[in-house]
Structures are given as C-alpha cells and as structure tokens.
Design a protein around this ligand. Structure first.
Ligand code: MUC
Ligand code: MG
Length: 382
C-alpha cells in the first residue's frame, strides 16, 4: 500500500506570460514575451514540489506549445500520478513514459516537481539526489539577438564590462548567409579576445547554406555553430562536423537519450547542447549527458529560456557534471522583465551560482505568480 505520508495529493498547472527585456529575434520567431508552464505538486504530508515546462516561440521551435504542455499534464499525466507514492520518482517517470508518447517538456515539468518535493522532504538538494554537486558556479553565456548589429555590440561590451558574460551566442539564420556572417564578424571584431563568440541557426540553413556559413564563420573567429540544419538532417550535420574546424553543436536534434545515441553514433555533432526540457526531465537529461561523455563529445548546458524555476532545476543537474567544456547558457531569468522567485538566481564573475537549499532551491514569489498568470492574473492588481 502507498504510504499515506508521501502520497501525491494534487497536481496543479498554470501558465505565466512574462515580457522579455527586449525583442529576442530568432530565425523562426521574435519573442517579446516568454510563456512558462508551472507545475505544483502537493503531497499528503503537506510538502510541495514545483517544476517548469517551457518552450520558445509558441509552436515555432518544436512540437509542444505552452497550451499542449498544460493539457498533456492536466489530462493524461496528473490523473495517472495522483495517489501514487511521491518518493518513487523513477516509477512515475516509467509510468508516464508508458502512457504518454513524446511531450518531453510536459514530462520534464512534472518530473522536476517530483524531484523538488523529494529533495525538500529529505532536506537535500536535487544535486545531492543526483550524486552531489562538483561545482558551486558555472560559466554562463548570453544571447545577442536584438536583431541589430550595433545594439548587439553595445550589449556585449556592457556585459563584458559588468563581468556578467564573456561568452556570446548570436542568433542568426533569418537573413542571407553572407549578411549573417558579416554580422558575426563585426561582433567578434568588437569584442576581440575578451569573449567567445558562437552562433545558433535554429535549423534555418540548407546544407549548401551551411557550407558557406561554416566557412565564413570560422574565418571570422566564431568558435561554434549550433544546429545549422534541421533536426533530422543527421548526415548533413555529420558532413559539417567533419568538414570544418568550427565545432558543430546539436540542439533541436536531441530529444532524449535515443536521439543522443543516434547523433553520437552517426558523428552528427562535436558538442551536445543538453536541455532538461527537451530531454524529458532531469533523469533523461542525465542520460543524454552520459551518452555524450561515453562518446567523447563536448557538453554545454542548454536552456529553453526558462524562468528562475526551470533554471534552478537545470543548475542542480549540471552542478553534478564534471566537464562542461562549453559552459552553459542558464541566463533565462535575465531575459525577463520580472523575477518570479523570492530567492533569485545569482549571476556574477561571468558565472551563474548553483542555488542552495533543499530540492531545486527555488522559492516562488506568490504575488508575481498571481500577477503574471494567464487566467486573469493581472486583473488581481488592476
Ligand atoms: C536555443 O535554440 O538554443 C537558448 C538561448 C536562447 O537565446 O535561445 C535559446 C534556444
Ligand atoms: Mg539552440
């Protein structure tokens, strides 16, 4: 029988819409708002766990939308999990995998909340549940994506000056390849050796575009190109990875450990951008990490531009990964106009700090949640 103490009593979801500090221009969408799906699980002993499942640009990035994430949880996952033993996170993951195909971001949101609840009940961090942190802080990139080279240069120089970031990921793929290469070259020239410059094409190029693109980018001093071609073009990715010195990183191609194994064995990347949401949760992300390690590939902690909540969860896992040769991009909260944590994540000395405390180490600010929630939240304060 399920112990009354740890039983899952209730799983609640809500959608938050939070404005971004500036337009974030990606090849497939321009973001002015980020939409996060939060999950709160209540356990019979009164403990709670929180999680986040977030995507980018509605349905333009991937197959899940904020609305589908919420409905997958409410309609299919929550009814199957309520009444189960909350301490049995692996059992919950396996059950949900059996009942629900795909929907990895929704799965991640629920799984994070389960780990958070377990950590809080045990009084340990989620990093501890994954074997213990080996880092207190991690290098953190910033994305330059204002849509304007001058604005991006000013932003980069200001970030370097403030010691906030010295790794920049430029979002390209919207303009002609030669215009994008010129844009990257201008930014690299402006920051010089003070910063690492990388790009993310978000699948916008054909293989032919990518050949010209990679040649131009590496001549401009750009160190890495993320997902230049569509997620399923593994042979094209393999040709690019083998054909140029610049590192080729897989992002959209990596939906969980099965993809990771395929990408690694077909040599379709030099580096994995591992995203907790896209992997299907912390456990699945740890499996993607293990495949990269076994294959001798580089690792990078990737983001879906989550709020502080999803960011805290990712930090718990990546704190346990010994070698992150390409650092991380866990800057999501900094792109938003407002903070939803009562204990915001700390950024300094070009790094992000691993949150302390039990569970994922994030405490929600109830007033901010009430304000940003989609279903009438703002009217509470109108
Ligand atoms: C992506 O595709 O990597 C991560 C950082 C950022 O600015 O957008 C994302 C999504
Ligand atoms: Mg990417």
């Amino acid at each position: 029988a399920v112990s009354e103490v740890t039983k899952i009593d209730q799983i609640e979801t809500l959608i938050l819409d939070i404005p971004t500090i500036r337009g974030h221009v990606l090849s497939m969408a321009t973001m002015r708002t980020q939409t996060a799906v939060l999950v709160r699980i209540k356990f019979a002993d009164g403990s709670e766990g929180v999680g986040e499942g977030t995507t980018i640009g509605g349905l333009s990035y991937g197959a899940e939308s904020p609305e589908s994430i919420k409905s997958a949880i409410d309609t299919y996952m929550a009814p199957a999990l309520v009444g189960r033993n909350g301490d049995d996170v692996n059992g919950a993951v396996q059950l949900v995998d059996k009942l629900v195909k795909g929907n990895r971001i929704a799965k991640a949101a629920v799984e994070i909340a389960l780990w958070d609840g377990l950590g809080k009940r045990l009084g340990v961090s989620v990093a501890q549940l994954f074997g213990g942190a080996v880092h207190e802080r991690l290098p953190v990139a910033w994305t330059l994506a204002s849509g304007n080279s001058e604005t991006d240069i000013a932003e980069a120089l200001q970030m370097i000056e403030a010691c906030r970031h010295n790794i920049f990921k430029l979002k390209i793929g919207k303009r002609d390849v030669k215009d994008d290469v010129a844009h990257v070259a201008r930014i690299k020239q402006a920051v010089g050796d003070a910063a690492s410059v990388r790009v993310d094409v978000n699948t916008a190029w054909s293989l032919q575009d990518a050949r010209w693109g990679l040649k131009g980018l590496q001549d401009a001093g750009c160190e890495l190109v993320e997902q230049p071609v569509p997620a399923r073009y593994r042979r094209a990715m393999a040709e690019l990875a083998a054909g140029y010195e610049i590192a080729v990183m897989a992002d959209e191609a990596l939906n969980g450990p099965e993809d990771a194994l395929e990408v690694a064995s077909s040599k379709a990347a030099d580096v994995f951008a591992v995203k907790v949401a896209q992997s299907g949760g912390l456990k699945r992300a740890s499996e993607v990490v293990a495949i990269a390690q076994a294959a001798g590939l580089g690792l990078y902690g990737g983001t879906m531009l989550e709020t502080g909540l999803g960011t805290a969860a990712a930090l718990q896992l990546f704190a346990t990964v010994e070698r992150l040769d390409w650092g991380t991009e866990f800057f999501g909260p900094l792109l938003l106009t407002d903070e939803i944590l009562a204990n915001p994540i700390t950024y300094r000395d070009f790094c992000v700090e691993i949150p302390k405390g039990a569970g994922i180490g994030a405490t929600l600010d109830a007033d901010k949640i009430a304000f940003f929630r989609r279903d009438g939240g703002r009217t509470l304060k109108a």
